[in-house]
Design a protein around this ligand. Structure first.
Ligand code: F6P
Length: 379
C-alpha cells in the first residue's frame, strides 16, 4: 500500500507537469522447482523492460507466495547485473503456494486467487511475467482467465511442458547428469559392477533419455516404456559374459516395471502437485543383484540436477525468452507463453502449453538411434 501511494504521488505530479504518461510497471516471479537459468531469465526481462520499454520492474518474492503475502522488491538494472551465470533464483521460489488451493492454519484449502488479484492491483502492475513449469503456468493460466495481464516463460529440468521444444534448465541438468554418468563409468569398470543411476524428470523421460544417451548408458529406462526386469538382467548378464564386466543403467524416477507401479517417495500435501517420486533406482538395483548375482550399486542424483551455473545454451535460451516475453507484455499480448520452436522464439497460447505434459514417444528419433547403437530400453 505504501508503495502504491508513493508511486501515484510521484508519477501523477511528474506526469502532470511533463505531460507524459506514468511509467508502466511489470512484475516478474519464479515458481515451482528451481533450475539453472532462472536468474538469466529474470535479468533478461528486467533489462529489456528498463532499457527498451522504459518500464519499472517489481520482483515478486517466492513465486505465488509473494503474490499471496504481498512481498516484492523493486528490481533495478544494477540488481540484475552480474546474475546471468548464477544458478537458483534471486527472487526465491515455492512449489507449494497455489493461490487456488492454499492451506489455512487448520489445513483446509482456501481459494486466495481474489486476494492475489487485489494485491496485483495494489502493486499497480500493468503486467506480470510468470517463469515456471507445468504447475506454475497452469496457475498462471487460471489467473489470466480471472483477469490478470500476464505472460509465461517455460522452465523445468523435466522438459515436459507442451508447446515449446525445450524449457530453461533442461540442458544444464542434462550436462550435470551426463557428467555423473561419466564418473560412474570409471568406477563401474574398475570394480566390475552394475551401476544404477536414478535421475529426475517426474513423469517424463527426457532427462533420462538425453543424459543416458550422452553418457553411453547400456540400459536406459524411462517412464514412457515400462521395463521388463528379465530383459534388463539378460542384457547385464550378456555383457558380463562377453567380457564387458560392468553395466550402466540409467533410470528415470518416474519409471516402472511392466505391470507395476511408480515408486512414490513422499506426498507433499499442500503442494499443487503433491506426489514426489523417487526410489525406483534402489528397487531395480536390488532386483538386478538378486537375479544376476552381480554386485550392484545405486546413485540417486537428486537435486544436484537443479543446481549450478546454467549452460551456455540455457543462458541464451533464457535471454531470448525473457526479452521476447517482455515484448509480449509491452504489446498487450497476454495469456501467451514465449516458446522455442525450431530456431525461433514464438508466442504460443498458455492453454496449449499446460494442456497436458509432453512425454517421450516410443518412436522418438533418439530412441531409434539408441536402438541402432545397441542401447537397451529395458524391453
Ligand atoms: O519438476 C522438477 C523436479 O526436480 C522433478 O524432476 C522432481 O520430481 C521434483 O521437482 C522434486 O521436487 P522437490 O524439489 O519438491 O523435491
Amino acid at each position: 500500500m505504501r508503495r502504491n501511494k508513493h508511486r501515484s504521488n510521484r508519477d501523477l505530479s511528474s506526469s502532470l507537469s511533463s505531460g507524459r504518461m506514468p511509467k508502466k510497471r511489470i512484475g516478474v516471479l519464479t515458481g515451482g522447482g528451481d533450475c539453472p537459468g532462472l536468474n538469466a531469465a529474470i535479468r533478461a526481462v528486467t533489462k529489456t523492460a528498463i532499457l527498451h520499454y522504459g518500464m519499472e520492474v517489481l520482483g515478486i518474492k517466492d513465486g505465488y507466495l509473494g503474490l499471496i503475502e504481498n512481498r516484492y522488491t523493486t528490481l533495478s538494472y544494477e540488481d540484475v547485473s552480474g546474475i546471468l551465470t548464477e544458478g537458483g533464483t534471486l527472487l526465491g521460489s515455492s512449489n507449494k503456494a497455489n493461490p487456488f488451493g492454499y492451506p489455512s492454519p487448520s489445513g483446509k484449502l482456501r481459494d486466495l486467487s481474489g486476494a492475489v488479484l487485489e494485491n496485483v492491483k495494489m502493486m499497480e502492475l500493468d503486467g506480470l511475467v510468470c517463469i515456471g513449469g507445468d504447475g506454475t503456468l497452469t496457475v498462471a493460466y487460471k489467473l489470466y482467465k480471472k483477469g490478470l495481464r500476464l505472460v509465461g516463460i517455460p522452465k523445468t529440468i523435466d522438459n515436459d511442458l507442451g508447446a515449446t521444444d525445450v524449457t530453461i534448465g533442461f540442458d544444464s541438468a542434462v550436462i550435470t547428469a551426463t557428467e555423473a554418468i561419466d564418473k560412474l563409468h570409471t568406477t563401474a569398470q574398475s570394480h566390475h559392477r552394475v551401476m544404477v543411476i536414478e535421475v529426475m524428470g517426474r513423469y517424463a523421460g527426457w532427462l533420462g533419455l538425453y543424459a543416458g544417451m550422452a553418457g553411453g548408458g547400456d540400459i536406459i529406462i524411462i517412464p514412457e516404456i515400462p521395463y521388463d526386469i528379465d530383459k534388463v538382467c539378460k542384457r547385464v548378464t550378456e555383457r558380463h559374459k562377453s567380457g564387458k564386466r560392468f553395466s550402466i543403467v540409467v533410470i528415470s524416477e518416474g519409471a516402472r516395471p511392466k505391470g507395476g507401479n511408480m515408486v512414490v517417495k513422499k506426498i507433499v500435501k499442500d503442494s499443487a502437485e503433491p506426489v514426489r517420486l523417487g526410489g525406483i533406482g534402489n528397487k531395480i538395483a536390488s532386483d538386478i543383484e538378486n537375479l544376476t548375482g552381480l554386485e550392484t550399486r545405486v546413485t540417486v542424483l537428486g537435486h544436484l540436477q537443479r543446481g549450478g551455473s546454467p549452460s551456455p545454451f540455457d543462458r541464451m535460451l533464457a535471454t531470448r525468452l525473457g526479452t521476447f516475453a517482455c515484448g509480449l507484455l509491452a504489446r498487450g499480448k497476454f495469456g501467451r507463453m514465449a516458446a522455442l520452436k525450431g530456431q525461433d522464439i514464438r508466442a504460443v497460447e498458455l492453454k496449449d502449453a499446460v494442456r497436458s505434459i509432453r512425454r517421450v514417444s516410443r518412436s522418438h528419433p533418439i530412441i531409434k538411434s539408441g536402438l541402432a547403437v545397441g542401447t537397451s530400453f529395458g524391453i
